[in-house]
Design a protein around this ligand. Structure first.
Ligand code: ZN
Length: 380
């Protein structure tokens, strides 16, 4: 690899090509030049980019063993910086390199495949290619100027004029990673944050809770009853799209302190089918935890989540009581229990803006349970 990197000339040919008048590749050469570009697509998939380049001619991966006059590169322009992700080869295997701002070239971790002799398909983390969320412009370039087979004209740029636009979005996670000690009732530290949690949804009150959270630009955590997911799939997707976390609250709101593996499995399935997301959080209905259910949850990659602030909002004690019970009990890294389903929740919805305002006034921030516990998101 080091040898290949040394032989690889930083993309002088590419840089020269970009400086060419855009009219240069207007006509196809008589015989298809191996790297004449037919099409290129670049798409975001979570944290990764999927690059597909199709050429007009056939070429084996060995053709991309680094040498002057050969290149096949994705060139990106972002905030005034230019980046080069180039296909090269080690033996018969294609791989990617990235050329940094200082001109140094290194391997870019990627999955590279050749579905046929005219196609290169690669996926790689966009952060690894030096790109950040936001607007990116890109072109694909190729050169094959070092053999008699294709004379000096074999330099290509797609599109011939201008560049393509790609908006890199903050990636939506597909899951999260539970960790020891597997059962939590508050955060592990002393930060001035709280986690607002909502059980027993999705229900007809859920969108009101989501609206309050969105208006305040904060995120909460929703523990879903599996059998209520059907028919409410768009609510689950919105919960995640808005940046909230979702967890498993059994399929039928059963007391599973004696064990409830199937309750957990079917709810994981319902949430995954609805939103393509696999939770790493479980909350036991009625707070009925036991070593048995915590162990079963752990086996499915789920942390069991309790709470340290319970306003008993489900008993409908009145908006003022819900508000005062929460703000008098909440402290650093509290997990606050509320409900967005299981009965009339107008009192909870009414108390929520006041709870947020008071805690914010006291200097608290609002995090999801995975953020509170430092549980890493999964992507893809
Ligand atoms: Zn519940």
């Amino acid at each position: 690899m080091a040898e290949a990197a040394r032989r690889w000339a930083p993309p002088v040919a590419v840089a020269a090509l970009l400086a060419l008048p855009a009219a240069a590749p207007a006509a196809d050469p008589p015989a298809p030049a191996p790297l004449a570009l037919a099409s290129a697509t670049l798409r975001q998939d979570g944290l990764r980019l999927r690059l597909t380049i199709r050429t007009r001619g056939d070429w084996a991966a060995q053709a991309l063993i680094s040498r002057p006059g050969r290149s096949l590169c994705l060139v990106t322009f972002e905030r005034g910086r230019r980046g080069y992700v180039c296909a090269t080869a080690t033996g018969h295997r294609a791989r990617l390199t990235i050329t940094g701002a200082g001109g140094g070239t290194r391997a870019l971790p990627a999955t590279v495949s050749r579905p046929d002799l005219r196609t290169l398909f690669a996926t790689f983390a966009f952060a690894g290619a030096g790109l950040r969320v936001g607007a990116v412009r890109w072109v694909v370039t190729s050169t094959w100027t070092d053999t008699g087979r294709c004379a000096a004209g074999c330099s290509f740029r797609l599109p011939a004029r201008g560049s393509n636009a790609l908006a890199l979005h903050p990636p939506v996670p597909t899951g999260c990673r539970a960790r020891a000690p597997w059962y939590w009732t508050r955060g592990p530290g002393n930060r001035k944050v709280v986690a607002l949690t909502f059980d027993d949804g999705p229900s007809r009150y859920t969108h009101q809770v989501l609206d309050v959270l969105a208006r305040n630009r904060i995120h909460g955590t929703f523990f879903l009853i599996g059998e209520q997911v059907r028919g409410n799939e768009s609510l689950v997707r919105r919960e995640l799209r808005d940046g909230n976390a979702v967890g498993n609250h059994t399929f039928t709101h059963a007391n599973v302190s004696g064990g409830g593996l199937q309750q957990l499995v079917s709810t994981q399935g319902a949430i995954h089918r609805a939103a393509g997301y696999t939770p790493c959080l479980f909350r036991a209905p009625y707070g009925a935890v036991s070593g048995t259910i915590v162990g079963q949850a752990r086996g499915l990659g789920l942390d069991t989540i309790g709470w340290d602030v319970d306003p008993r909002d489900w008993s409908r004690p009145g908006t003022d009581a819900i508000y005062s019970r929460i703000v008098s009990a909440a402290g650093r890294e509290s997990i606050i229990l509320m409900h967005d389903g299981g009965g009339p929740r107008d009192e909870t919805v009414a108390a929520l803006p006041r709870v947020i305002a008071t805690l914010r006034h006291r200097g608290y921030g609002f995090v999801t349970v995975p953020e509170l516990l430092g549980l890493a998101p999964k992507y893809g």
